[in-house]
Design a protein around this ligand. Structure first.
Ligand code: COA
Length: 318
């Protein structure tokens, strides 16, 4: 059996930073409310002409450089996004061409909203485990600002834009210890962008029942801790870092409590990034690795919950 290791990580955030104070001028909210309820202070917003693929390209180039590989070595591209540049081709195919490796590997998108990166990573890991892929590029990115209703205070204060990427490689030793994926489509109405292609309702913005999503997220993230550790035979004390999806600091604190880690063992980027959906975990991972907190050999617990509902986790040794 082949294990999967992270060879390198990269990320990208748009240049423009939007502070909570700017939102105060747009909707009936306050910096104090946003920080107290979510932990968010600011978020990055893509330029009007800046696309998800533009952000993915920068993050991917960063990860390729960190992994010290040539793009031609990549056997597979899996890209998690809910805000693709086009309906088709996939953003993964657009990215493949940008990287100059057209026709050298399979490339496809995964749509699992805020759990997208955990889904994409798990899929790539299965390809590596089976022996059919040696090196995979996994990218998570979203341009949430393009699907926000800037008059809806229940959503527009929560989200941001950004991308993260990792290069995975087959290895003789762990690697990834466990991946868990879940979905429960019966909750679709609680967090959705109602408009689509075959069902164009005319409402192309994120709609959310915040409080119900919050309660589901806290429960799902709590139960996935036990389930994942049980699967890989590790205990809570084995985990060095929690690298969570960055939606809300209160959800993250509840998960950290459940995992028995103090907040100084959590990579927290929600204050500066807001919720970047597919980009959130790889952005946090890259932040923790580049600032030297996450070191080779550390055991990481990654977890996310998103629209669907979808949720999942990964335990790995960096
Ligand atoms: N500024 C000020 N007040 C706001 C507000 C804002 N931006 N957004 C909502 N409110 C108000 C509500 O209208 C409500 O007012 P009311 O009591 O007069 O009706 C009050 O704040 C409380 O709303 P509620 O939704 O119960 O607050 P909450 O404590 O649940 O916090 C969220 C709201 C959105 C921060 C929280 O529910 C949350 O984070 N949910 C999960 C979101 C998430 O993670 N989504 C992505 C999942 S991947």
């Amino acid at each position: 059996m082949n294990y999967t290791k992270i060879l390198g990580t990269g990320s990208y955030l748009p240049e423009r930073v939007m502070l909570n104070s700017e939102l105060e001028a747009m909707v009936d909210t306050s910096d104090e409310w946003i920080q107290a309820r979510t932990g968010i202070k600011e978020r990055h917003i893509a330029r009007e002409d800046e696309t998800t693929c533009d952000m993915c390209e920068q993050a991917a180039l960063n990860a390729i450089q960190a992994a010290d590989i040539d793009p031609s070595e990549i056997d597979l591209i899996v890209l998690a996004t809910s805000t693709p540049d086009l309906i088709y081709p996939s953003t993964a195919c657009l990215l493949q061409a940008r990287l100059g490796v057209s026709n050298t590997c399979a490339a496809f998108d995964v749509q699992a909203a805020c759990s997208g990166f955990v889904y994409a990573f798990s899929i790539a890991e299965k390809f590596i485990q089976s022996g059919s892929v040696k090196k995979a590029l996994v990218v998570g990115a979203d341009a949430n600002s393009k699907i926000l209703d800037w008059t809806d205070r229940g959503t527009c204060v929560l989200f941001g834009d950004g991308a993260g990427a990792i290069i995975l490689e087959a290895s003789d030793e762990p690697g990834v210890y466990a991946t868990r994926l879940h979905a429960d489509g019966s909750h679709a109405h609680l967090l959705q962008v109602p408009s689509g292609v075959s069902k164009p309702t005319g409402d192309p913005f994120i709609r959310m029942s915040g409080n119900e999503v919050f309660k589901f997220a806290v429960n799902a993230m709590g139960s996935i801790v036990d389930e994942t550790l049980q699967e890989c035979g590790l205990s809570k004390s084995d985990i060095d870092w929690l690298v969570p999806h960055q939606a809300n600091q209160r959800i993250i604190k509840a998960t950290a409590r459940k995992l028995g880690v103090t907040m100084d063992k959590v990579i927290l980027t929600v204050a500066e990034h807001g919720n970047t959906s597919g980009g959130s975990i790889p952005l946090a991972l890259d932040t923790g690795i580049r600032d030297g907190r996450i070191k080779r050999g550390d055991k990481l617990f990654l977890e996310a919950v998103g629209s669907g509902f979808t949720w999942g986790s990964i335990v790995l040794k960096y």
